[in-house]
Write a protein that binds this ligand. Structure first.
Ligand code: NAD
Length: 491
């Protein structure tokens, strides 16, 4: 592809594949001030496996100008034409880019081959397919009494800033609905997992959209991300990532009162009721946490169990966690891979030590690397028991395969503990259906999983409280990019 060169080598490093360009106004272009690169590491080995440009505010400026210039033309194209464009992107993605992206994700994110192929890369198919299905159900025009006409318009230039944990999921959940309704886009993907983003951008390029409709600038948060957040010509910022960065972006966006939509962190609880089927549900809820090595925003990282059934639940969880095989992508029996980065590894180790210091009991796992996996960012799947909800490991998002198990004495106390967090992205309840549903209604989160972890990608996804204010997926995820206009008088 035109984005790629193999010649560059960073000082002291062997030659690694290097991407030199951003995608701006329908062209692959180098940084305005070229020469700075970001190293991408292979999570399985800790070695640098690629380099991408470290863009700056000048590159964002060019991208926003291109997106602004393209908005009128694109917004005025017939919906059928925009739908056809999204369909072309999806087809090119599936035929030419998806398999390559799965290979790169095994390195840059560090997930298993199965997870890369069947979950991570498949999210693009789900979001593009979902948007194409749902767009017809979004009402774009309504005639009110007295003849007043209310229409939905694309909000304008959308800045998309995305994380590394499900990198393609978050990019697709933003760029597809935004472009489909007629917005233009400036994407700043995570610099930690940039190569899968390049592959999706190549599919957009090959689909031949008008120049400026889609732009991608590669760089880090404090430069490129903040330049998007504070740019006066960006109408909406759609952000997924940490609550810390979400707060910063919201503050910057407030300078010109742009709309800032956020999908942030979580500390979700699996609340087991007295009559929960522990044999069935503990493995499901623990499995949901362990997926993607615990690096999911909606991970059920706390398990709340009635004191009378606590030991039973701990024993089942222990069996599940001890059966969770950690390994490299080539290990077909492995169910999870390493963490994404050294920074993430250090952070999880810190939490493990903090948990021990604060008096939590290690049931299995603990600090350090699993045997035979000393290279790379591997951690031991861990259970902390005898945890109190005020402990750091029960309050902060660890973002690793670490479960904290908390006993409680009455149903009301269980509900109170589940809600005693600044987050509100997800929770789960286990128990007889009627009781579980009654409890679920009292939990303050955008999703509650009831007696299982399956959920429809067509339903809205988003948080309460400090988990953010956005809703993605389904028709709600399309409506995020629309703004309402009223024609009064005699339209
Ligand atoms: P992060 O906040 O560090 O980075 C996310 C993105 O924001 C990256 O592109 C980064 O470059 C950029 N960024 C960082 N600082 C910035 C700043 N000051 N200004 C502008 N942009 C900035 O998050 P991460 O480590 O990539 O992802 C993990 C976090 O994302 C977790 O907290 C997780 O819970 C959250 N997450 C939430 C959801 C959700 O839907 N609610 C989904 C996935 C991940």
């Amino acid at each position: 592809s035109c984005t790629f060169s193999t010649s560059a080598a960073s000082p002291g490093n062997m030659s690694v594949p290097t991407w030199d360009n951003h995608y701006i106004n329908g062209q692959w272009v180098p940084s305005v001030s070229p020469g700075r690169y970001i190293d991408v590491t292979d999570s399985n080995t800790g070695k640098v496996c690629a380099r991408v440009p470290d863009g700056g505010a000048e590159d964002v400026q060019r991208a926003v100008e291109a997106a602004r210039a393209a908005i009128e033309g694109w917004a005025n194209r017939p919906m059928a034409e925009r739908k056809a464009a999204m369909q072309r992107i999806l087809e090119i993605w599936k035929a030419k880019k998806k398999a390559k992206a799965a290979e790169w994700l095994q390195k840059e994110l560090g997930c298993t081959a199965q997870f890369a192929k069947h979950v991570q890369t498949n999210m693009v198919d789900l979001h593009f397919g979902g948007c194409l299905k749902f767009i017809d159900g979004v009402s774009m025009e309504e005639r009110m009494p007295m003849g007043t006409l209310v229409v939905k318009e694309p909000i304008g230039v959308v800045g998309c800033i995305t994380p590394w944990n499900y990198p393609l999921n978050q990019i697709a959940a933003k760029i597809c609905p935004a472009m489909l309704v007629g917005c233009t886009v400036v994407l700043k993907p995570s610099e930690v997992t940039p190569i899968c983003a390049y592959l999706l951008a190549e599919a957009v390029d090959e689909a031949g959209l008008p120049p400026g409709v889609f732009n991608m600038v590669m760089g880090v948060g404090p430069t490129c991300g903040e330049a998007i957040a504070e740019h006066p010509d960006v109408d909406l910022v759609s952000f997924t990532g940490s609550t810390r960065a979400g707060r910063r972006i919201t503050e910057l966006g407030a300078k010109n009162l742009k709309v800032v939509r956020t999908e942030l962190g979580g500390k979700s609880a699996a609340l087991m009721l007295e009559d929960a089927n522990l044999e069935e549900l503990v493995p499901k809820f623990v499995g949901q946490l362990m997926g993607n090595s615990g690096q999911s925003c909606n991970a059920l990282s706390r398990m709340l169990v009635p004191a009378s059934r606590y030991n039973e639940a701990v024993q089942i969880a222990r069996k599940v966690v001890e059966g969770t095989r950690v390994g490299r992508p080539g290990d077909s029996k492995a169910s999870i891979g390493p963490l994404v980065s050294q920074a993430q590894w250090d952070r999880v180790q810190d939490y493990l030590h903090t948990g021990i210091r604060e008096g939590a009991r290690v049931v299995t796992g603990g600090p350090g690397k699993p045997e035979g996996l000393e290279d790379g960012f591997f951690v031991k799947p861990t259970i902390f028991a005898d945890v109190h909800n005020k402990m750091t490991v029960a309050q902060e998002e660890i973002f690793g395969p670490v479960l904290v198990m908390i006993p409680y004495s009455s149903e009301q106390e269980g509900i109170d503990i589940a809600n005693d967090t600044v987050y509100g992205l997800n929770n789960a309840v286990g128990g007889s259906p009627e009781r579980a549903m009654a409890v679920a209604r009292k939990l303050r989160s955008g999703m509650v999983m009831i007696n299982g972890v399956e959920f429809s990608p067509d339903a809205p996804f988003g948080g309460y409280k400090q988990s953010g204010n956005a809703r993605e997926w389904g028709t709600a995820g399309i409506e995020e990019f629309l703004v309402t206009k009223t024609f009064a008088g005699k339209p």
